[in-house]
Design a protein around this ligand. Structure first.
Ligand SMILES: [Zn+2]
Length: 303
């Protein structure tokens, strides 16, 4: 809902905005004429609110002003076109009326505020009270400035200035182990994740969800980061006598590679041990840890 980074307050190109239908606009007391714009998501919510308002009061819910570009300090009156934040500021200064937001800080500049007409602009009116009470169900909240009964803000407003949420906490695997994303995706699936991740080697939201699921399963911190601990659990060291899903996974990998001599189950027996030894020899894997099947195996075997 927040604006992409390049758009600062009052500098949003109208091409990025939604046009408020003329049927929902009205020049208002500031006699602002011309087209009015709004954040597209906020506009969709405004239309829903307008439909309900129409049903309730038998008239259109009108907007006297939506998006307000920054403008420049010399913009003298709010009737200058386009009506700017500087113009509104100067108009209020001249008229000694309610305070306009300092230019560059208005929620109008984020295209997430509107000034409403149609009676909503009259404090204590049935229309105003209706918007205060019902607006939030479409994301619209009265600004709660008593002298500005007309000013409502979209609830997303508060999120706009927050630092953008961390896009993803996916991190590259530690260099010492260096598994590919494809290997990580396959390992998560082998551990039983459903629905299985696409092994596309591209970390995205689904892979992140898979990592967090895995971390929860193994009692690890659910940070979505494939760090040392997570990798150690994802690509475990296996020994004879063990029974688990990763044993079966190892067999599946080896079978696909043409190795035979083991039963396709989750038990690590002599057949698997022999196949692993052959695989390691063929792939020149020297597992310094002394484990039969560990990180060097997984690294080479998961394709
Ligand atoms: Zn306003």
């Amino acid at each position: 809902m927040a604006w992409p980074a390049p758009y600062k307050n009052g500098t949003i190109p109208v091409s990025a905005l939604g046009l408020i239908p003329a049927s929902l606009t009205d020049p208002g007391t500031l006699k602002i004429i011309g087209k009015q714009y709004l954040h597209k998501a906020a506009l969709a919510d405004l239309k829903l609110m307008a439909t309900a308002f129409q049903k309730q009061f038998g008239k259109a819910l009108t907007v006297t002003q939506g998006y307000r570009p920054l403008g420049k300090p010399s913009d003298k009156t709010a009737t200058d076109q386009p009506a700017t934040q500087w113009a509104a500021w100067n108009w209020y200064e001249e008229h000694g009326s309610p305070i306009a937001a300092k230019p560059g800080t208005s929620n109008h500049g984020l295209a997430l505020a509107v000034d409403l007409g149609a009676g909503v602009n009259v404090a204590g009116s049935a229309e105003h009270n209706w918007v205060v009470k019902n607006g939030p169900q479409w994301g619209w909240k009265w600004g709660a400035v008593p002298s500005e009964p007309w000013h409502v803000e979209h609830l997303s407003t508060t999120q706009v200035y927050k630092a953008p949420a961390k896009k993803t906490t996916l991190k590259a695997p530690a260099k010492t182990i260096a598994f590919t994303w494809k290997q990580i995706q396959k390992a998560i699936n082998a551990h039983g994740y459903k629905p299985a991740l696409a092994a596309d080697n591209k970390p995205g939201p689904k892979t992140l969800a898979g990592i967090k699921w895995f971390q929860k399963e193994y009692g690890l911190a659910q940070d979505g980061i494939v760090g040392t601990a997570t990798q150690a659990h994802l690509f475990p060291e296996l020994k004879r006598g063990q029974r688990n899903a990763m044993v079966l996974f190892a067999k599946q990998i080896l079978k696909a590679d043409g190795y035979r001599g083991f039963v396709m189950n989750n038990a690590y027996g002599i057949g698997l041990a022999r196949a692993v030894a052959k695989f390691k020899k063929a792939n020149k894997i020297a597992d310094k840890s002394g484990n039969e099947l560990g990180v060097p195996f997984w690294k080479k075997a998961i394709k």
